[in-house]
Design a protein around this ligand. Structure first.
Ligand code: RTP
Ligand code: MG
Length: 134
């Protein structure tokens, strides 16, 4: 069965949206197979978002992800990478469809509530970062 790495980012956790967000994945038929609350180190954040290292927003992105606790989860299910990205919505919440998590609950691209792996290769890499025991 396919797996993906989900982060309920610090903004969503602080706003008390963790249950709402996880419930949406569960209602889609995706199964939570690992779950934890994490205060993320800079090293983990920089490794997780390494593909964006040269982008102008990289520093802010790492600051944000390490600013407060987040919830990391591994979801399992058929086509889980694609299915969870569809539920999450476009990166910029102003372009995310109504009914998606970002479309319904976010406004700013820098505080877009949730991360989902963007390919099976990314998911394997990211699960290794956040849940090396799996
Ligand atoms: P994520 O990795 O967090 O799930 O988001 P994503 O795939 O939809 O978007 P990605 O391109 O991977 O970007 C990672 C995060 O960087 C922030 N970002 N800011 N200021 C900007 O133009 C900008 N572009 C991206 C977003 O918070 C995005 O989630
Ligand atoms: Mg991404």
């Amino acid at each position: 069965m396919d797996r993906t790495l989900i982060l309920v980012k610090p903004d969503a956790f602080a706003r008390g949206l963790t249950g709402e967000i996880l419930a949406r994945f569960e209602r889609k038929g995706l199964k939570i197979v690992a779950l934890k609350l994490v205060q993320t180190s800079r090293e983990t954040a920089e490794t997780h978002y390494a593909e964006h290292k040269e982008r102008p927003f990289f520093g802010e992105l790492v600051d944000f992800i390490t600013s407060a606790p987040l919830v990391a989860a591994v979801l399992e299910g058929q086509d889980v990478v694609k299915g969870s990205r569809q539920l999450i919505g476009a990166t910029n919440p102003l372009e995310a469809a109504t009914g998606s998590i970002r479309g319904d609950f976010a406004i700013e691209v820098g505080q877009n509530l949730v991360h989902g792996s963007d390919s099976p290769e990314s998911s394997a890499r990211e699960i290794g970062i956040w849940f090396p025991e799996l």
